[in-house]
Design a protein around this ligand. Structure first.
Ligand code: XMP
Length: 518
């Protein structure tokens, strides 16, 4: 068993997931409770997660220094590395060059010997069976500049000396990058190496559908569930799990807010009845949404207004039926953690179905895939026999086009975005890239620029395109769409969509940039 101490990282739960994938039991605990839990659970290893704080900040989360004297191997990740260095006598400062996104690290002796101390000939146990140079995903503003006594630099990057540090005698290691994220090459191997250091023996485990179904049965009993459908993969998979558990006590509802892509309605009214043998209720409420959003520009206010509207509408449906106690949602872990759902995590944005929900709700939440990531949700969908067109759909956020229209939302601007979005979809699909890119869409930026149209000056809006690859939505790389495809998209948007002066392509990784602009 491995203990993961959570300092509020967006990816703490991913560490937990990786442990599970390697067949190792782990548990996430708060730093304040660490010593107690370690004494109680006697883990074979301890992982300190990342987090949004600075070790030198006031009231930053910390742990009792005693954990380093227990002869249990420790791996600190990002903030975790900084914290262990800080507590053991090293020094951490605000980095001159902050790193967010991809970086290359090297464990080569030559490069490490540039630094004041290096580890000698043998490769550190944390990096055995891994090439000397590899790509990692960073997300930090602070940096270790002095290592504690007994420590060595184990890896460097172009910008920082302490990409990894360690005291191999005491089995205390730190990495500045995130080995748990999909985009770090050899991340799993590094975690595996740490497990070897801990002498933790893996036994393979799979997601068990029966357990998920039984959990729902036990929780819901003979009550009914109003199921929030969006037409997308997550809510289809959640609905399929719930339907398998409680059958006819499921009441599927689709809120037609006018903010979704057109295929959502088709999925709900045509595909869903075929698969589930029941017809969802469709609430036609575009005008209600547009009226509510009319003067809201702040993205967080927008998200909360949308979350509130959805819930009130579901409550209305529930009120008309007997015995309804739950609201079923296809919430996944990415929605959950971005909405500040753990003690030390930062609020990134309020996903409409988590942080955007009203404080007081009449229905209890039923979220069977809350602790899973997109690739796992697809796996569950496959196991449940859902067709590929449903499982491999492009995800679309619940607040829909509202978070892709910066500034005021009007019917006219909604139509403008839908037109630009349709062109992006069209061209990507025509180029045969549909299944190679995780999400692709247009954004109305609400910023104007000058253009020349038909020899005249034209001052119109800039449309941005965002497209990226990821498996789990926690980290993402921008899609390397061939230039000629981008060219087609750009030309068609400036020619076909009214009042557009310019098209730009967003080439920012996540982190730092989130996928949606708002
Ligand atoms: P971000 O922008 O947080 O997006 O990097 C991560 C993934 O979540 C989707 N997304 C949402 N989905 N309600 C949802 O159901 C929301 O409020 C929401 N906000 C973002 C986004 O499209 C991406 O797939």
């Amino acid at each position: 068993m491995i203990i993961i101490i959570d300092f509020g990282s967006q990816t703490t739960h991913l560490i937990f997931r990786r442990m599970g994938e390697m067949g190792v039991k782990s548990t996430i605990i708060d730093p304040e409770d660490a010593i107690n839990q370690i004494n109680k659970l006697r883990p074979k290893g301890i992982i300190l997660s990342g987090g949004p704080a600075s070790v030198y900040g006031k009231n930053s989360p910390t742990v009792d220094k005693k954990i380093f004297g227990l002869k249990i191997p420790v791996l600190g990740i990002c903030y975790g590395q900084q914290l262990l260095v800080h507590l053991l006598g090293g020094e951490v400062i605000a980095a001159k060059i902050k790193e967010y996104g991809p970086a290359f690290v090297s464990t080569k002796l030559k490069e490490r010997s540039r630094t004041s101390s290096y580890y000698g000939e043998a490769k550190p146990a944390l990096f055995v069976n891994i090439p000397d140079k590899f790509k990692v995903w960073m997300s930090h503003g602070d940096e270790v500049i002095k290592i504690p006594p007994g420590f060595r630099y184990l890896a460097t990057s172009e910008n920082i000396k302490a990409a990894s540090v360690g005291d191999e005698k005491r089995n205390i290691y730190g990495v500045q990058f995130h080995p748990e994220v999909q985009h770090t090459d050899y991340g799993t191997e590094i975690l595996k190496n740490f497990l070897n250091i801990c002498q933790e023996n893996p036994e393979s485990r799979e997601i068990n559908i029966k357990d998920l179904v039984n959990d729902i049965k036990e929780k819901v009993g003979d009550k009914k569930v109003v199921m929030a459908l969006s037409g997308g993969t997550d809510s289809f998979v959640a609905a399929a799990l719930i339907a398998r558990s409680i059958n006819r006590n499921l009441i599927p509802v689709y809120v037609d807010s006018g903010l979704m892509r057109d295929d959502a309605l088709k999925n709900v009214t045509q595909v869903f009845p075929k698969l589930f043998g029941m017809k969802p209720k469709v609430l036609k409420v575009k005008n209600v949404f547009l009226k509510k959003l009319k003067n809201i520009i702040d993205p967080e206010k927008k998200r909360k207004a949308i979350g509130m509207l959805y819930v009130r509408l579901f409550e209305k449906v529930a009120k008309r039926q007997k015995n309804v106690e739950f609201l079923g949602q296809g919430t996944t872990y990415a929605d959950f953690i971005h909405s500040k759902s753990t003690k030390h995590a930062a609020l990134i944005k309020s996903h409409h179905n988590v942080g955007g929900l009203p404080k007081k709700m009449k229905l209890k939440l039923l979220e069977p895939i809350r602790y899973f990531y997109t690739d796992q949700v697809r796996y569950i969908g496959k196991k449940l026999g859902l067709p590929e067109e449903v499982i491999y759909q492009q995800p679309f956020p619940g607040p829909g086009f509202a978070v892709r229209i910066l500034g005021k939302i009007t019917d006219k601007r909604l139509n403008k975005l839908k037109q630009a979005d349709g062109i992006v979809m069209d061209e990507i699909e025509r180029a045969g890239l549909k299944n190679k890119i995780f999400q692709y869409f247009a954004i109305l930026t609400s910023t104007k620029s000058t253009a020349i149209k038909g020899d005249g000056r034209f001052y119109g809006e800039i449309v941005a395109i965002r497209a990226y690859t990821t498996k789990d939505r926690m980290t993402a790389d921008w899609a390397k769409i061939p230039f000629h495809v981008l060219q087609h998209i750009s030309t068609r948007i400036v020619n076909e969509v009214p009042e557009v002066s310019r098209v730009v392509y967003d080439i920012t990784t996540k982190p730092p940039a989130t996928m949606e602009w708002e």
